[in-house]
Design a protein around this ligand. Structure first.
Ligand SMILES: Nc1ncnc2c1ncn2[C@@H]1O[C@H](COP(=O)(O)OP(=O)(O)OP(=O)(O)O)[C@@H](O)[C@H]1O
Ligand SMILES: [Mg+2]
Length: 613
């Protein structure tokens, strides 16, 4: 098992991922920029005419020629404002298109990459938290593009324009405003950097809370059954408190920054007004200039306040994006090798050669495990719980990679064949089948997605699903609930068997495939399975030894090692673990008091030999 690789995500990574989406649509990007430019130019022109308006109002008198000049100015202001309105429509329409397309791409690409991660990756994480990462990844794109294209770029244009105009009117005031803006931006950038770790901590606390919530909600039944409501409340309370503290730290930092910024704004406002009064006194500025300065300042302040909010949102968004980009940067644990060759099945012989495998370094599950399953052989794996039986089959399916050794099918290393090809050759019925919250038809068809309805129903009949499915109000169109919870354990197993029957792959692996079935259904399905097994290489894992008595060979595994093998009779004769397991199971049956009572009239049942059962 490979160690979990820790990847680090930088701002550059976020920029790279998101800008790639933006530049995928250069025309839309250009229109958004053009719209933003138009809006700001209109905003800059308006105070210029306002200044003229005020100056004319201050000097002209009502009822004179001044009115024509004033109307002309109002007309120019109208043109600027209407131009600004049109530019905003262009900007908004283009950005909506750009963002919706970008988000759609991000959803798809995040899903495509995420789902390629290994089985181990998923069982080590909360699915709720993963779902949230994908959706935050897409929504962060919207936030960041909004921030850059609707705030940062336009505000920069406006600030440069305002400083230039003011500089042309009065060098000192222009330079003062320019210097102030630079100081303000530098301050923003510095504190934003300092604040970032707090935001990341908050995003992690968020994910942790979602993970805990989804784990608890997913286990609602267990909580009820074990009267765990109060206990869960306590656990959640801890997580919530952790989240609250992280949030409060991040908000406190924000508030501190806000107060400094507010003070900076008051300072420049008073400073510029004071300067303007001095220059007016010297006859260097007119009344209109006051209107100009004040309008620019008001415009600038409102944009800067927005920018402050946007920076905060963008940092939040980037902290959210980090969580998904981490996953995107984490290499897939199980990969097709570049020189992978399609698997050719000839004899269908499976060889486990000197296999070493462990989940944790100090606790080997398999050490030097060797086993050959001959082509067409029906092999059973038995042994105590935790012996490593399921792990052996998961290694064959390459859900995990072995640490050492090779697993070969007809002499071809499974690690050197494409995964889809390998798994296409194996029908696997897992110990605990999980189903999609889709219809039964779709669920069964999943193993051969081009199968016709007729074929699906035929497989369902063989797996004895048809009986219970026919009894459902919507028969094959019934949805089975999340993970298949609306079906009983035995029904889920039968659906999984139907999948395997439909798939009809040359290798069949059954992991406790009939463990949840009653004896009658089991014996019916055993018949179907016997037919299915014909001509295939089969590995069956079973605790109920009566189900594997007829297998060609039984391999007893304990603590990751083969401790005995042979046919049922041979193993019984040998004694040892198999004989012990068998006598416990057979004995359990004999000791069962209810059975004893029921069968008092049929003593032969109580004393039958195990082979006859
Ligand atoms: N993802 C995992 N991470 C860490 N340990 C694991 C993981 N999966 C299984 N194990 C451990 O590996 C050992 C073998 O597990 P495995 O599922 O192969 O047992 P098994 O023989 O199939 O048992 P059972 O008969 O109960 O199904 C167990 O001790 C189990 O706790
Ligand atoms: Mg198992």
């Amino acid at each position: 098992m490979q160690p979990k690789s820790q990847v680090s995500v930088t701002s550059k990574d976020i920029f790279r991922v998101y800008s790639r989406e933006v530049f995928r649509y250069p025309r839309l990007f250009f229109l958004v920029f053009l719209g933003g430019l138009g809006i700001q130019v209109a905003e800059l022109i308006y105070p210029l005419y306002l200044r003229r308006l005020f100056d004319l109002l201050a000097t002209g008198k009502p009822g004179t020629d001044a009115i024509n000049g004033l109307i002309l100015i109002v007309g120019m202001i109208a043109i600027a404002k209407i131009g600004g309105w049109i530019a905003r429509r262009v900007q908004v329409y283009s950005i909506m298109n750009l963002e919706s397309r970008g988000m759609a791409n991000l959803y798809s690409s995040a899903f495509d990459y995420l789902i390629g991660h290994s089985y181990h990756f998923f069982i080590s994480r909360f699915s709720g938290a993963l779902v949230r990462r994908v959706s935050k990844f897409a929504s962060s794109f919207e936030t960041m593009v909004d921030g850059v294209m609707l705030q940062f770029v336009p505000t920069t244009i406006f600030a440069i324009g305002a400083v230039t105009v003011l500089f042309l009117r009065n060098h000192t005031l222009g330079i003062a405003l320019g210097a102030w803006i630079i100081a303000f931006v530098v301050f923003q950038a510095l504190v934003a950097r300092l604040r970032h770790p707090l935001r990341v901590a908050r995003a992690r606390a968020d994910s942790k809370m979602v993970g805990s919530l989804s784990d608890a909600i997913g286990n609602q039944n267990t909580i009820t059954l074990f009267s765990g409501t109060k206990h869960e409340h306590g656990i959640l309370q801890n997580v919530v408190e952790f989240w609250r503290k992280a949030t409060m730290r991040s908000w406190n930092a924000d508030e501190l920054i806000w107060s400094v910024q507010g003070a900076l704004m008051v300072g420049i406002n008073i400073g510029l007004l004071y300067g303007a009064v001095i220059y007016w006194n010297r006859g260097l500025l007119s009344i209109g200039d006051f209107a100009l300065i004040q309008t620019y300042l008001l415009g600038l302040f409102s944009q800067l306040i927005n920018i402050n909010r946007e920076i905060r949102r963008c940092y939040d968004a980037s902290a959210d994006a980090v969580e998904m980009i981490e996953i995107l940067k984490t290499p897939h644990e199980i990969k097709d090798q570049p020189n992978a060759r399609p698997l050719t099945i000839t004899n269908c012989e499976i060889t486990f050669k000197n296999i070493y495998f462990s989940f944790q370094d100090n606790k080997p599950i398999l050490a030097n495990f060797n086993l050959v399953v001959k082509g067409g052989e029906k092999l059973a794996l038995v042994g105590p719980s935790g012996a490593g039986k399921t792990t052996i089959t998961k290694l064959l399916l390459r859900l995990y990679d072995v640490s050492k050794g090779t697993i070969e099918i007809d002499g071809q290393d499974v690690a050197r064949t494409p995964q889809d090809d390998l798994r296409g050759k194996i029908s696997f019925v897992p110990q605990e089948p999980i189903l999609f919250h889709r219809t039964l038809m779709e669920n069964i068809r999943y193993s051969r997605r081009d199968a016709k309805d007729k074929e699906v129903i035929e497989a369902a009949k063989k797996a004895h699903c048809h009986e219970f499915i026919s009894g459902l109000p919507e028969t094959y169109n019934t949805r089975v609930g999340e993970r298949g919870v609306k079906l009983s354990g035995g029904e889920r197993q039968r659906v999984a068997i139907a999948r395997a029957i439909l798939k009809d792959a040359p290798i069949l692996v059954l992991d406790e495939a009939t463990s949840s079935l009653d004896s009658e259904s089991e014996s019916l399905i055993q018949d179907a399975l016997q037919t299915l097994m014909k001509g295939k290489t089969v590995i069956v894992i079973a605790h109920r030894l009566s189900t594997i008595m007829k297998m060609d060979r039984i391999v007893v595994v304990a603590k990751g090692k083969i401790v005995a093998q042979g046919t049922h009779d041979e193993l019984l004769k040998k004694g040892g673990l198999y004989q012990k397991l068998w006598s416990i199971q057979a004995g359990g049956f004999r000791d069962d008091e209810t059975m004893l009572e029921k069968n008092l009239n049929q003593p032969e049942i109580l004393f039958e030999t195990p082979e006859e059962k």
